[in-house]
Structures are given as structure tokens and as C-alpha cells.
Design a protein around this ligand. Structure first.
Ligand code: TGC
Ligand code: FAD
Length: 406
């Protein structure tokens, strides 16, 4: 009979070092170039140094570590695909995906901070802004001197952003902005908000709103059980005078924010994979160390089945990400292809997190291991950037040609 106390079991001791090893069952590394591997290695080291030692404490305390913003800027996590002349990384979309994978391997909330800044704030300013706007905002956002947020969702318009009520009126020398946005990542700390609002004819435009403008406030959303290390809040506009030069001039209509979402959803497909890889690697390690019935639990067929199925889904998701990244780099990726990847990869990550948590038994519910935190985080990731249902409907529309949203 084995003696099994918490002290006697290595697997039950608190993980003090981050020993993450990424699964690569199909040698997908062979498909990456040297730059991809360098970028991934740099971000993996950064996450092991700056995020994983502290993340449990931040998440338990619902603390957003503002100092991470500058650090993300220094390591090149903000706007990797934005040209270097504006402070971005000038990299391709596979590098961008790998950066998101590595950061979310650490924590989905940390990846939110980075992907909102890059895909939802810098991208629209670069894509739809004029040269003055690009020069004014992008270098400061890239370096982490400023943090940005993206305001699309409203209290009564989540999946249906086209129904938004936030609006602005042309007052001659400025616009007058009224309305509110809800569930906005980064908002409580952001200096800059890219806000989507309707003009007097009902046409949607992007406006750059800066902290300090009179009538603009960003109340924090409390009591989240998910993404606890990410700051979430509202954006409230009460007769905010927005200078006319803050309107993004080069695209209007719902298609503009939806283009930003394509870029962010692409990053999330890689990010969710990172969270899945962390759960799998943690469960694999635990299964080899935890002894029950005189054997490592990894010797039991039921536990092997769980690990084999996790690795299968991770490998499929890695291939989806890599291929989608290649299509993004060629400018050929479609919204529906991105939806398939976001929907699938978040779903498999959630399933893997749930199975991995069970493999750790009681220890799986503690903050001594990352799994329960990933699981709770992924409950937001499956909802934001288009819910699981909405991505299914986008695919259904693509397959049949018939939109079933309304
Ligand atoms: P629909 O009629 O289909 O389209 C309206 C107009 O937009 C055009 N369009 C696109 N243009 C460019 N890129 C795309 N991907 C586009 N998709 C559509 C379309 O051609 C049309 O143009 P036009 O000229 O004919 O007017 O729009 P709909 O109102 O039926 O809605 C479609 C639906 C439901 C798919 C869309 O509204 C949607 O995706 N809803 C989900 C909302 C969502 O994802 N919100 C995310 C908020 S941001 C967020 O969650 C950040 S979390 C960040 C983090 O912390 O990581
Ligand atoms: P609803 O749209 O009310 O949906 C409720 C349920 O109904 C869902 O299950 C949905 O799938 C289903 N449903 C809705 N319409 C249909 C339909 N046509 N057919 C079938 N089922 C349907 N938004 C931003 O703009 N910026 C941000 O930075 C941001 N960050 C976020 C951070 C967090 C932590 C969270 C939780 C959300 C964030 N969001 C952000 C908002 C997010 O994008 C929305 O929560 C999401 O789009 C869903 O909207 P909703 O919550 O209003 O749900």
C-alpha cells in the first residue's frame, strides 16, 4: 500500500518554475522560418520571466498589472504586423499568431491586452486613419506609452453591433458624442479609445476618443470570474466634444469594425491554442508524477485516452493556424475561414482545459496549477470576438448563402 500525503507527492507540490514544453507532434516547426522561431522564443522567454511567475496572484486578486503594458511594448507584442515606420514590428501574420499563442499560453487576459492594442486599436488607426493620425498615435501605442481600447459592444447590442445607439452630431467645428459601450477590455486604463458610433444618417464611423475629454468616463466592471487579470470596463459618453480630426476617414459602415475583428479573431485562434497547450502539458506532467494504486495515473488507459485526444485536437488546431496564417499573409483569408479557426480552437481549448482539470483531481481546482484559470478565461474567449453561435452562423451563411442571423 502506498503512503500518499501531499508532502510525499511531487505532483501535488506547488509549481514554482514554469517548465512548459510545447507539443509539436507533426513537426510543424519545420514549416516555420528562422524569424518565426526567434520571435516565438523571445515571447516564450518573456512569458516565463514576466507573466507565469505572477499571474496566479494577479488573477486571484483581480489585479491588472499596468507595468506589463510598457514591457509588452519593449518586447514587440503590440502591433507586430504594423509597418516599422509607425513603430510596429513589420512582421508577417504567422509571427503575429505565434506571439498571441505564447502570451495566451501564459494567460488569456494578458493576450487580450496585447491583441486589443494591436488588432483593434493600432490596426484601425493604421488602416482607416490618415497620416497625421498614424503618426500621432501608432508609435506611442506600439511602445506601450499609451494603452488603447476598442468600443463596439453596447449594453443592448452585443452580437448585433449594427443596432448600436451610440451616436455623434456634427456641430460645425467638432462632433458631439453620446452613448455608452460595455464589456470593453483595457478601458479602465486606456488613454485612447477607438469608438464606433453612428452619424446623423445612421452610418457607422470610427472616432478616436482620448482620456481627459470632458464627459468621457470609463467605469470598471467588477466581479468577473474570468479574465481576472485583464481590466474590463465601460465607456460612457455624455456630450463629449470630439475634434473633427479624430474621425477615422478612410472607411465607414459596419464592415470597418468587422475588418478589425477578422484580425483579432485570427490572433485568438492562435491564442486559444496556447492555452490548450499549457493545459495539456500540465496534465501530461502531472499524470507521470501522480501515483494512485501504486502507479502513475498516466499508466491508466482512461488517462492516456484523455492525453491522446488532447494531443490530436492540438495538432489539428496547429495545422489550422499555420494554414490560416499563410492565407492571411497572402491576403486571401476569408471571414468564414477565420470564424472556423476561432470557433474550433476556442472550443477544443475549453474541452482540453476541462479534461485536464479532471486529470489533476482536487489539485486541478487550485491556483497552484494554471488549468482552472485557463478554463475560466476561455469562458470569456468563447463569447467575445463573436460568440460560438455567431461563428457557426457565419459558417452557415458561407455554406448556404443564406444569412440566419435575423
Ligand atoms: P452584415 O449585413 O453581414 O454586414 C454588414 C456590412 O459589413 C460587411 N462585412 C464585412 N466587411 C469587412 N469585413 C468583414 N469581416 C465583414 N463582414 C461583413 C458586409 O458586407 C456589409 O457591408 P455593406 O456594405 O453591405 O453594408 O452584418 P449583420 O448586422 O448581419 O451582422 C453580421 C454578424 C452577426 C456576423 C456580425 O455583426 C458579427 O460578427 N457579430 C458579432 C459581434 C462581435 O464579434 N463583437 C465583438 C466585439 S469586440 C470584442 O469582443 C473584443 S474582445 C477583445 C479581447 O479582450 O481580446
Ligand atoms: P448576446 O449578443 O446577448 O448573446 C447572448 C446569447 O445569445 C449568446 O449565446 C449568443 O450566441 C446568442 N445569440 C445572439 N444572437 C443570436 C442569433 N442571431 N442566433 C443564435 N443565437 C444568438 N466588446 C468590445 O466591443 N470590445 C471589447 O474590448 C470587449 N471585450 C470583452 C471582454 C470580455 C471579458 C467580455 C466577456 C466581452 C467583451 N466584449 C467586448 C463584448 C463581447 O464581444 C460580447 O460579449 C459578445 O459579442 C456577445 O455579446 P453579448 O454579451 O451582448 O451577448
Amino acid at each position: 500500500m502506498s503512503v500518499n500525503t501531499p508532502e510525499a507527492s511531487t505532483a501535488q507540490k506547488r509549481i514554482s518554475t514554469d517548465a512548459f514544453e510545447a507539443p509539436d507532434f507533426y513537426n510543424i516547426d519545420d514549416l516555420l522560418n528562422e524569424e518565426h522561431k526567434l520571435v516565438r522564443g523571445a515571447i516564450r522567454d518573456f512569458v516565463k520571466r514576466e507573466i507565469t511567475p505572477y499571474i496566479e496572484e494577479w488573477a486571484q486578486n483581480a489585479h491588472f498589472p499596468y507595468e506589463i503594458v510598457r514591457k509588452f511594448g519593449e518586447v514587440g507584442a503590440f502591433g507586430p504586423t504594423i509597418p516599422q515606420e509607425y513603430g510596429g514590428g513589420g512582421m508577417d501574420y504567422i509571427s503575429y499568431g505565434l506571439i498571441m499563442q505564447e502570451i495566451e499560453r501564459g494567460d488569456s487576459g494578458m493576450r487580450s491586452t496585447a491583441s486589443v492594442q494591436g488588432s483593434l486599436v493600432m490596426y484601425p488607426i493604421y488602416k482607416f486613419g490618415n497620416e497625421e493620425q498614424r503618426k500621432k498615435y501608432l508609435p506611442k501605442l506600439a511602445s506601450g506609452e499609451w494603452l488603447g481600447c476598442f468600443g463596439l459592444t453596447e449594453p443592448n447590442h452585443g452580437s448585433n453591433p449594427g443596432g448600436m445607439l451610440t451616436n455623434f452630431k456634427d456641430m460645425g467645428d467638432h462632433y458631439l458624442l453620446n452613448g455608452s459601450k460595455m464589456w470593453i477590455s483595457n478601458s479602465p486604463h486606456a488613454q485612447v479609445a477607438v469608438v464606433w458610433a453612428k452619424d446623423e444618417s445612421g452610418r457607422i464611423h470610427g472616432l478616436i476618443v482620448e482620456r481627459g475629454m470632458e464627459g468621457f468616463s470609463t467605469p470598471t466592471t467588477h466581479n468577473k470570474w474570468s479574465l481576472r487579470a485583464s481590466a474590463t470596463g465601460e465607456l460612457v459618453f455624455q456630450d463629449v466634444k470630439v475634434p473633427k480630426e479624430n474621425l477615422l476617414p478612410n472607411k465607414s459602415g459596419l464592415g470597418a469594425p468587422l475588418m478589425c475583428l477578422d484580425s483579432a479573431r485570427y490572433g485568438i485562434s492562435w491564442g486559444a491554442l496556447g492555452a490548450a497547450m499549457d493545459c495539456y502539458d500540465t496534465a501530461r506532467r502531472y499524470a507521470l508524477e501522480r501515483i494512485q494504486f501504486d502507479k502513475p495515473i498516466g499508466a491508466f488507459q482512461l488517462q492516456q485516452k484523455k492525453l491522446a485526444e488532447m494531443l490530436t485536437e492540438i495538432t489539428k488546431a496547429q495545422l489550422v493556424c499555420w494554414r490560416l496564417g499563410s492565407l492571411m499573409d497572402q491576403g486571401k483569408a476569408t471571414t468564414a475561414q477565420i470564424s472556423l479557426a476561432k470557433r474550433n480552437n476556442v472550443e477544443i481549448a475549453l474541452q482540453i482545459a476541462r479534461e485536464a482539470r479532471q486529470m489533476l483531481g482536487g489539485m486541478g481546482i487550485t491556483g497552484d496549477y494554471p488549468i482552472m484559470r485557463h478554463m475560466a478565461n476561455l469562458e470569456s474567449v468563447v463569447t467575445y470576438e463573436g460568440t460560438h453561435d455567431i461563428h457557426l452562423l457565419i459558417l452557415g451563411h458561407e455554406i448556404t448563402g443564406i444569412p440566419a442571423f435575423k
